[in-house]
Each structure stands twice: as structure tokens, then as C-alpha cells.
Design a protein around this ligand. Structure first.
Ligand SMILES: [Zn+2]
Ligand SMILES: [Zn+2]
Length: 206
């Protein structure tokens, strides 16, 4: 589903992947679970695009619902896979194979598609959001969820909750209208105001 021009949500059951149609080429953000690679390829076909149009796959983190389809999609699309350097070992162990990541990112680094890597550790060590300042879009991964209203990540699956909350504060320093979550509905307006309110609630609960 196209959310705003050039930005597509690919709903894969309980998890989302996103497609960013940039002047550099198509960028896929996250890759669903293993068998959902087919669903992502079918979405591309529906757009009238070839798999080879996907030039990069940006990974938010190593959980199987975000990385599962990456190896297959890398092969079919011939895409490069990028992730934060602190997440590479976990991604390779999650996939059970080495040499999946073509480029390791650090905090603040620019990526293809006009995006910027924002290291947001806590949910996992190398969790990374991707930010497009000019288009005011934040790909949140699991740093936040929006299933029953905006909230932090699920505690059950989060390695370090205090660190995850520091990362939410870091995100609240950015300016963005649109937020795309791994889990839950995207926000297409006023997203950073809602994140600010969440941070205020977090502070008052401390
Ligand atoms: Zn996760
Ligand atoms: Zn997830």
C-alpha cells in the first residue's frame, strides 16, 4: 500500500516491511520472515517492478521477523544488504549463515536512498532506525510499536529496556511527520509530536 508518494508499506501479517522508491533506486527496509520473501516479490510485481529494481535492503535488527527474507531477497534481487555494525553477528547467527551483510553502518551515517542510520540500541544491541530528513520519514523498526497506540518495544523481546528508552528519547530529538513501524499502523502525520508525548509519559513514570 502506498502511504505517501514513493513510500510503500508491505504488510506481512504481524510485521511490516517498507519500500522506499528513491531517485537512487528502490530501497527495501526490513525483509519479513523467511517465507515472506515471496510476498515482497509479489508486491514488486504488483507495482510493475522487477526484483532487480531493489538495489538495497536496510535492516533494522536481527530478529527473524525482520531479517528472515533477507538472504533470499539478496539473491533474487541482487541487492546489497546494510545493517549497523553492532548487529552483524546477531544477523548472521539469526540466519544461520555468514556474509549476508555487504556494508556495515555506524550511527549518523548516510545510506543510499537519502536516508541516515540512527543507532537506537536497546531492543537489540545494533538496532537502527532509518531517517529521511527532507521527506520527514522515520523507519522505526522495533524501537517503537504502534499496535494499540504508540508505545515502546515489547519488554519480552527487548534486551535492555533502559537503553531502549534512551533510544526513544534520541528519536524524539528528530523532526519527522511520518513514522513506519515494524509492528502496527504507520503514522502519516504528526508522528514526532506523538513520540514527544510518549517520552513525557515515560519521564513522569520514572
Ligand atoms: Zn524485534
Ligand atoms: Zn519485530
Amino acid at each position: 500500500m502506498q502511504l505517501v508518494p514513493g513510500l510503500h508499506q508491505i504488510g506481512l501479517g504481524y510485521v511490516n516491511a517498507f519500500l522506499w522508491d528513491s531517485p537512487d533506486g528502490l530501497v527495501l527496509i526490513d525483509a519479513g520472515v523467511d517465507e515472506q520473501a515471496a510476498g515482497i516479490l509479489a508486491y514488486l510485481t504488483g507495482l510493475g517492478r522487477q526484483p532487480s529494481a531493489v538495489r538495497w535492503i536496510l535492516i533494522t535488527h536481527s530478529h527473524p521477523d525482520h531479517i528472515g527474507g533477507a538472504a533470499k531477497l539478496k539473491e533474487v534481487c541482487g541487492a546489497q544488504v546494510l545493517a549497523h555494525r553492532d548487529e552483524v553477528a546477531a544477523i548472521e547467527s539469526s540466519l544461520g549463515r555468514a556474509k549476508v551483510i555487504d556494508r556495515e553502518l555506524v550511527d549518523g551515517e548516510g545510506t543510499p536512498g537519502g536516508l541516515k542510520a540512527i543507532h537506537t540500541p536497546g531492543h537489540t544491541r545494533g538496532h537502527t532506525c532509518y531517517y529521511h530528513p527532507r521527506r520527514s520519514i522515520l523507519f522505526v523498526g522495533d524501537a517503537l510499536t504502534n499496535r494499540e497506540g504508540l508505545a515502546g518495544p515489547s519488554e519480552k523481546y527487548t534486551a535492555d529496556m533502559p537503553e531502549a528508552q534512551r533510544s526513544i528519547r534520541k528519536l524524539s530529538q528528530l523532526s519527522f511527520e511520518i513514522a513506519c513501524f515494524g509492528h502496527g499502523e504507520p503514522l502519516t502525520a504528526g508522528a514526532c509530536t506523538l513520540v514527544d508525548r510518549l517520552v513525557e509519559r515515560m519521564e513522569s513514570n520514572r
